[in-house]
Design a protein around this ligand. Sequence first.
Ligand SMILES: O=C(O)CCC(=O)C(=O)O
Ligand SMILES: [Mn+2]
Length: 212
Amino acid sequence: MTNQLDLFDRNSASLNREIILNDDGAVILYRHFFNLAESDDILNILIAELEWKQEYIKMYGKSIPIPRLTAWYGDADKPYRYSGIKMNPLAWHPILLDIKSRIETVCDRSFNGVLLNYYRDGNDGMSWHADDERELGKNPVIGSVSFGGTRKFSLKHKNVEHPNNKQLVDVDLTHGSLLLMTGACQSFWLHRISKTKKYVKPRINLTFRFIE
Ligand SMILES: O=C(O)CCC(=O)C(=O)O
Ligand SMILES: [Mn+2]
């Protein structure tokens, strides 16, 4: 049987790769996937040219703004649903297609949609969840690219008996980094971006996904 990580080795031998976890799924980090000049340019284009929206979720009969701005781009007819929000895809922006083809060189997978999150400051975040929506299929590969301020990404095992249920796996996601979540990661692990009282620069994260 091919080891999950061997697949990635074939394509990414020349890139510095860090294994964040390889237990009930794998998480791999390429800290400098995009260089500084590229990352600065991409961040400016994403802020200026994408259609950012404030979405709301219903809680106890009230409509609550989610703590970040979002956008969903992708192939037509691939709507995406999470937390009761249905997002129809906007047509691909050229910069998103460029990023997609760059990351596909190491992902061994093609993507047909991308969810973007814009964390304006430390009051924006995303609580514990797994990317386990049915339309992503079993064992999805998620390609997560970050630009802008560094934010702490944490993983927690879902099994309360597992040591990493209490001891979180923390990773700083820096400007230009690519994080791959693969294998059974979404079945066994939760992840989040915690809010912080510290000053943090605005950050945009893109999670490339394949909707079946
Ligand atoms: O902002 C991040 O790094 C994580 C985003 C995320 O988990 C998601 O979009 O599902
Ligand atoms: Mn997620």
